[in-house]
Design a protein around this ligand. Structure first.
Ligand SMILES: Nc1ncnc2c1ncn2[C@@H]1O[C@H](COP(=O)(O)OP(=O)(O)OP(=O)(O)O)[C@@H](O)[C@H]1O
Ligand SMILES: [Mg+2]
Length: 257
């Protein structure tokens, strides 16, 4: 693409991104967030999602993590869309390698950070799709393009639903969390790998698990170790909140049996 054309596209998307002027929760102006957080290829990817009618516009940033930012998009039917954008420039993907090397679904891995970022986004999309198809409560995946993953927005008006950490929890939540681990293992053939109170929404329709980038295929050599850790983490959380929990080792044995 010529420089002239890419400049034009960029200014066009910048206009779209800024078209709904509003200050974000963190006090940033949208244009500023876009200019400072998103690199040019990412802006181009968002533009592509607009021209492909995946979204109609982008409403601004919802949350910024170290390696991804979550943007609030809106589609042509006014549905909210969550855009999880993996940051290409700042990512330290070394620590992600153990979750992707060893997964037979991604055996022909090419070297290079950008490549790995794109692959990671694709991996999270595949994991979401595998879970969604198996009937596990996850945000419905929509599409992945380069480092941008579009999925159902869980929450209202650009505010994500509360995580388990920020919610009152009861016995039924514990049961649901354990069912999710079991179903992921037995039906979706995956282990989450980062299953915790931070990565589960509590909604009025029950728990919804997200952040599936780390999820691995059962054939991954460390899948059982990851499963053990997932069970331990969630057990510790519910135990601390005064919920009666099953013995994590027995639970582990029961799941892999
Ligand atoms: N589908 C979604 N709908 C609404 N909000 C979402 C969705 N997915 C993620 N979020 C919000 O974005 C935040 C970060 O998402 P996620 O946990 O997937 O990314 P992450 O890279 O692990 O970031 P962090 O390091 O903050 O955990 C979540 O805590 C949640 O508030
Ligand atoms: Mg997370």
């Amino acid at each position: 693409m010529s420089d002239e054309l890419s400049r034009k596209l960029e200014s066009k998307i910048d206009k779209k991104l800024k078209s709904r002027k509003k200050t974000l929760d963190d006090g940033f102006k949208k244009g500023k967030v876009v200019n400072e957080v998103l690199d040019k290829p990412t802006v181009m990817t968002l533009y592509k999602m607009i021209s492909d009618h995946v979204i109609a516009y982008v409403n601004g940033a919802v949350s910024a993590g170290k390696e991804s930012v979550l943007f609030w998009g809106v589609d042509e039917k006014e549905n909210n869309v969550a855009l999880k954008i993996y940051l290409v420039s700042t990512s330290n993907f070394k620590k992600r390698e153990p979750y992707i090397l060893g997964d037979p679904r991604f055996s022909n891995l090419k070297k290079g950070t950008k490549n790995l970022v794109y692959l990671w986004a694709k991996k999270e999309f595949r994991n979401l799709t595998q879970c969604f198809d198996a009937g596990i409560p996850v945000p419905k995946p929509i599409l992945v393009t380069n480092n941008v993953l579009a999925m159902e927005f869980v929450g209202e008006n650009g505010s994500p639903a509360h995580s388990l950490l920020d919610s009152q929890v009861d016995q039924d939540d514990y049961d649901q969390a354990i069912s999710i681990i079991k179903d992921m293992y037995n039906k979706a053939k995956l282990v989450h790998g980062d299953f915790s109170e931070y990565n589960i929404f509590k909604t009025e329709n029950g728990l919804i698990v997200f952040d599936l980038g780390s999820a691995v295929d059962l054939r991954h050599p460390n899948s059982q170790e990851f499963l053990k850790r997932d069970i331990n983490n969630i057990t510790r959380f519910f135990n601390k909140r005064g919920i009666s929990v099953e013995d994590p080792t027995e639970l582990f044995e029961e799941i892999i049996a």
